[in-house]
Design a protein around this ligand. Structure first.
Ligand code: NAD
Ligand code: DAU
Length: 360
């Protein structure tokens, strides 16, 4: 049994679905169900007795303590977070609350549980076998100049947005709980993910969804910022590998060696849509591209050096960017009901309030 937090969000849901495609082992899912968490992402697990979903906050140490005592998981995988940089710029409070304070309460509950486990040997979970895996981001390392080498695990922390600062703080807490209390932790810092169930406020799904709706495709600034893309199921396989084989207290950077400029990503999405769902007027979706005001403090370039996880744990991504992006565009074409469902509630109201009058 493992406990997965943030399991109704983009990567968490893919992780749980992927877990059941590989494992028999049961999962307890804990998710607050913010605007970004959708139970529809886990709909295919309905009725599966090995999956238990609990709505709740990682910051509720009492609830987490109760779940740990009741289910006695051998591992906790922590995806729960506020994840969108633009939202963190408009309102950092929730980011501080969940990513920092929430992670602290989660760690406290986990520490109390872990300290009461039997030390080693015997059946079931022990203090030696337990793992806390914290899922983090390459954004904690800040921005790279054009010719700088990709981020390795020893790159200095230099977060630039309230989101990345809050994730950096959570990484430091996790590290400190290992160093101070001996909690058996692992941390992964991953590059930009893309794939099914990606909330359509992030670049790739927003471009697909806006293109199909005949809306503007808002490119921030000159569109030459670089991100390093990884298909979400490859991130999931990396996390499984780190959970099983990672060395305690270590950090593993996860990435797919896929640096791309944002504008090139948008052009690729347009070309795929031109092929798979041509516009009725025969023109290219590229016509909808609109350059808009840049994101404040926008990081210019991220790139992950993924050699450590490959060398030590033998992990490599299975998808190329070309195969992954085609699958992704096709998934959004096939799942338009999902898109309208996730856009119908608090997300729509938030966009109306925060983006009134801006291309979106
Ligand atoms: P997401 O926003 O799609 O999902 C986050 C999930 O966490 C949602 O289901 C939400 O309801 C839940 N949640 C939020 N606050 C909570 C709380 N207080 N208690 C319990 N649940 C809560 O995010 P994502 O893109 O799936 O990212 C998951 C994790 O991976 C995050 O920690 C993020 O920092 C990290 N990460 C994301 C990427 C990426 O490209 N998306 C890359 C690297 C790392
Ligand atoms: O690098 C990992 C991070 O990737 C994760 O930690 C974050 O949780 C995740 O949201 C993502 O952050 P980014 O800020 O890189 O992702 P986003 O999709 O918001 O933006 C990707 C790039 O595209 C970025 O340079 C900003 C730009 N952009 C984004 C949007 C939403 C646009 O040009 N237009 C847009 O409308």
């Amino acid at each position: 049994m493992i406990l997965v937090t943030g399991s109704a969000g983009f990567i968490g849901a893919n992780f749980v679905l992927d877990w059941f495609a590989q494992h028999d082992e049961a999962v307890v899912s804990l998710d607050k169900l913010t605007y970004a968490g959708n139970l529809e992402n886990l709909a295919s697990l309905k009725g599966n007795p090995r999956h238990i979903f609990v709505q709740g906050d990682i910051g509720d140490a009492q609830l987490v303590g109760k779940l740990l005592a009741e289910h006695r998981p051998r591992a906790v995988v922590n995806f729960a977070a506020e994840s969108h940089v633009d939202r963190s710029i408009l309102g950092p409070g929730d980011f501080i609350q969940t990513n920092i304070v929430g992670t602290f309460h989660l760690l406290e509950a986990v520490r109390a549980y872990w300290q009461n486990l039997p030390p080693s040997a015997g059946g079931g979970v022990t203090r030696d076998s337990f793992r806390f895996l914290h899922v983090s981001t390459d954004e904690v390392y800040g921005s790279l100049a054009k010719d700088e080498p990709a981020f390795s695990e020893t790159h200095r922390y230099e977060p630039n947005s309230p989101y990345s600062a809050s994730k950096a703080a959570s990484d430091h807490l996790v590290r400190a709980y290992h160093h101070t209390y001996g909690l058996p932790v692992l941390t992964t810092n991953c590059s930009n993910n893309y794939g099914p169930y990606h909330f359509p406020e992030k670049l790739i799904p927003l471009m697909i969804v806006n293109a199909l709706a005949g809306k503007a495709l808002p490119v921030y600034g000159d569109g030459q910022q670089i991100r390093d893309w990884l298909y979400v199921r490859d991130h999931c396989s990396a996390i499984r590998r780190v959970l099983e084989k990672g060395r305690l207290g270590e950090v593993y950077n996860v990435g797919g060696w896929n640096e791309k400029a944002n504008l090139d990503i948008v052009h690729t999405v347009c070309a795929l849509l031109d092929e798979l769902r041509p516009r009725p007027d025969g023109k290219s979706y590229r016509e909808q591209i609109t350059f808009v005001t840049d994101r404040p403090g926008h990081d210019r370039r991220y790139a992950i050096d993924a050699r450590k996880i490959e060398r030590e744990l033998g992990w490599k991504p299975a998808e190329t960017f070309e195969t992954g992006i085609r699958k992704t565009v096709q998934w959004y074409l096939d799942n338009q009901a999902w898109v309208s469902n996730v856009q119908s509630g608090s997300y729509r109201l938030w966009v109306e309030k925060n983006y009134a009058g801006r291309a979106r």
